[in-house]
Design a protein around this ligand. Structure first.
Ligand SMILES: Nc1ncnc2c1ncn2[C@@H]1O[C@H](COP(=O)(O)OP(=O)(O)OP(=O)(O)O)[C@@H](O)[C@H]1O
Length: 261
């Protein structure tokens, strides 16, 4: 992709790392001693059977849950104790739900508002925000990169579900993340749309590290460059798609579950 004007390209250390991250509810351990490193620019998938603890792990990264023990580091900084918005400010974002956010606005209005929020203009309504032409330009550049420019004036609520997912990603990118966390971005959308969605995700600039949870193994093996397998809250293994595909323990987990291909 040539157009990277909407993204922060500063060469800082954006490595995301967890150290012994654990989360328990009573005696139940949803995540146990998870130590992972996500290198800058990675397209990294987190897979595992239902209930393996994948969403819990994402919540521990974003600050949605406080860990029972362990630490999260971003670019060498210990961010374990930070609130969610402080992590967003440092460059770690997950997708927003447009079903509840901005649903009656157009795509462009929504993205401009998200950019305005990043710039500390959260109480300014659309008509005022629209006077900030640079924000409209930034929003349009972002929409071009996501193949959404021709739908800039569509009401998000009226769009195909797959396109709405892309708008959610646009809103997340408006925060200029270094790390983008996607929890089943293709869930509930038709297969043709999910492939297009992942093609767009894969084409995002390399200064955005992407960690995604996905159950569709076709999408995982096509788009991930590194895969971590979680089972019962623990890391079973991590490797390249070829290494994971050849690992008999991974096959056993999925054959045993029978729910996924
Ligand atoms: N707030 C909570 N309180 C108690 N238990 C929880 C809570 N959140 C999740 N769990 C439990 O933790 C386990 C892991 O859940 P999690 O959603 O992280 O799994 P997952 O791998 O994302 O599953 P799926 O693929 O089905 O989405 C599940 O057994 C779930 O019931």
């Amino acid at each position: 992709m040539s157009d990277t004007t909407a993204f922060d390209t500063t060469a800082v250390d954006t490595t995301l790392r967890t150290e012994g991250l654990s989360k328990s509810w009573g005696a139940f351990k949803a995540n146990s001693d998870v130590s992972l490193t996500f290198t800058p620019g990675a397209r990294h998938a987190l897979i595992g059977p239902n209930g393996a603890g994948k969403t819990t792990f994402i919540n521990l990264l974003t600050g949605g849950f406080a860990p029972t023990s362990g630490r999260v580091f971003l670019g060498g900084e210990d961010i374990t104790g930070l609130a969610q918005h402080q992590r967003v400010k440092r460059g770690m974002t997950r997708t927003f739900q447009i079903n509840t956010l901005f649903a009656g606005l157009t795509v462009l209005e929504s993205v401009v508002l998200a950019i305005g929020e990043r710039r500390g203009l959260q109480n300014v309504w659309w008509k005022t925000v629209a006077r900030h032409h640079d924000m409209v330009d930034e929003a349009m550049a972002l929409l071009h990169s996501l193949r959404l420019a021709d739908q800039a004036n569509s009401i998000t609520r009226s769009m195909a579900y797959g396109k709405q997912r892309l708008v959610e990603i646009a809103l997340a990118l408006a925060t200029q993340p270094k790390i983008l966390l996607l929890d089943e971005p293709a869930a509930g959308i038709p297969q043709a749309e999910s492939r297009e969605l992942f093609e767009v995700i894969a084409g995002l600039p390399r200064d955005v590290t992407i960690l995604f949870i996905e159950h569709d193994m076709g999408l995982v093996f096509k788009f991930a460059e590194r895969i971590t397998v979680l089972v019962g809250g623990k890391v079973l293994t991590e490797g390249t798609p070829a290494e994971i595909a050849a690992d008999p323990r991974v096959k056993e987990v999925y054959l045993g579950e029978g729910g996924h291909d």
